[in-house]
Design a protein around this ligand. Structure first.
Ligand code: SF4
Length: 396
């Protein structure tokens, strides 16, 4: 236990774990009765966090006061999208307030099970554009590899809820051959220069399994770079270990798209995870989903974007919530997103302004939408308004 004062210690898997002082001061998880006897080494061990995810109503009720809507949702949440919440994320949730933006993302409510005729199982038509098992090819020069069906936490707004969940087959056992057809497809298609590894969350794979996938793709000469899509730095920051970043660094350039949705998700602990990634040369971007009751106010979105820059994560996209079955309670009108963009552009640093996109239902890909700054256009002349509404004429 003397090691606990050290900045770096080894856990039971011989991984080096950082326990910086600011975090050690805020070990507030021990105030939650469920975790009061957990020692900091276990808490910082991502395997421990995975093993102790809350996945039943009974466990959850020990930590938060469930509302009738949540009770109803939990009764029904026995289908494909499992309940799984990391202990770390539970410490960020307001135990008393069902409208807590982090709680809304993790705890099912009864409205998740209402049926809407506008919603689809696979609104982005990824299954249609699948060119090999676990591989989606929509855009000319890039593909999406679905490396796993599992996540550390299951987000109630997940677009891939048709695929992900703890019910999904345990694929890790036969991972070596699992992606053969996908790798062969990428090898044989020389136009593919960019591979996005997503899932599920690929960072919950063991280092060796992830490395075997990354290496096979990086060995293909026409693939210029890789991207990893993940929520791990937000929901399980303990997973970002020295061993992981050292491994990823070998396969540079790798970029990472992280799914941040609310300023409360930016904690001292998630900052450390992002710092470790940045300092190993991985550029970080954020893909945020516009969610009713979570981040649909301009001031919240502005705070999120500004705070992301402080942890060196570049706001990349704001997604209109896809019309996936079970998410209507999260969806806002498009005008809400346009208004947010209007309140960002010009009002804060350009780096804090992402692109707002609608994924064209049926497989149209990402379509940028936003305020229209062009008032009129004639030959050689544009009439525009700026972020304050002042009008300017530009002559070509
Ligand atoms: S981490 Fe990503 S894939 Fe997993 S449930 Fe959340 S949104 Fe879906």
């Amino acid at each position: 236990m003397n090691n606990l004062t050290a900045v770096e210690v080894k856990n039971t898997h011989q991984e080096i774990i950082s326990l910086p002082r600011p975090i050690r001061k805020s070990l507030d998880y021990q105030q939650i009765s469920l975790y009061k006897d957990v020692n900091p080494l276990d808490w910082e061990d991502w395997h421990w966090q995975m093993k102790h995810r809350v996945s039943s109503r009974e466990e959850l009720a020990q930590v938060i006061k469930l509302s009738p809507e949540e009770e109803e949702g939990l009764k029904k949440a026995t289908g494909r999208l499992s309940l799984a919440i990391t202990p770390y994320w539970l410490t960020l949730i307001d135990a008393e307030d069902p409208s807590c933006p982090l709680r809304r993302q993790a705890v099912p409510v009864k409205t998740e099970f209402l049926v809407s005729p506008h919603e689809m199982v696979d609104p982005c038509a990824e299954d249609r554009d699948s060119c090999a098992p676990h591989l989606v090819h929509r855009y000319p020069d890039r593909v999406l590899l679905l490396a796993t069906e599992h996540c550390s936490m299951y987000c109630r707004h997940c677009t891939r809820r048709r695929l992900v969940g703890d019910h999904a087959q345990q694929e890790e056992t036969n991972h070596a051959s699992r992606f053969d057809a996908a790798i062969d497809y990428i090898k044989s298609n020389k136009k593919i220069r960019d591979v996005l590894i997503s899932g599920g969350d690929p960072l919950i794979l063991e280092d060796e399994i992830l490395e075997s996938i990354v290496k096979r793709i990086r060995d293909i000469s026409h693939v210029e770079f890789l991207r990893i899509g993940t929520r791990v730095p937000v929901v399980l920051p303990q997973r970002i270990t020295e061993k992981l970043v050292t491994m990823l660094k070998k396969y540079s350039p790798i970029w990472m798209s992280i799914h941040f949705n609310h300023p409360k998700e930016i904690t001292k602990r998630s900052k450390i995870a992002c710092d470790m990634l940045s300092e190993s040369g991985i550029p970080l971007g954020s893909q945020t989903v516009l969610l009713k009751g979570v981040n649909d106010r301009p001031y919240i979105m502005r705070k999120l974007m500004q705070e992301l820059l402080q942890i060196r994560v570049r706001p990349y996209y704001i997604y209109q919530c896809d019309p996936v079955r079970g998410t209507q309670h999260f969806r806002t009108p498009v005008s809400v997103g346009i208004n947010i963009m209007e309140k960002l552009r010009g009002h804060t640093s350009g780096y804090a302004v992402p692109t707002y996109v609608i994924d064209g239902p049926g497989g149209g890909g990402k379509i940028p939408v936003g305020p229209n700054y062009i008032l009129s256009q004639a030959k050689g002349k544009y009439v525009l308004h700026n972020y304050k509404g002042k009008i300017y004429t530009y002559l070509e």
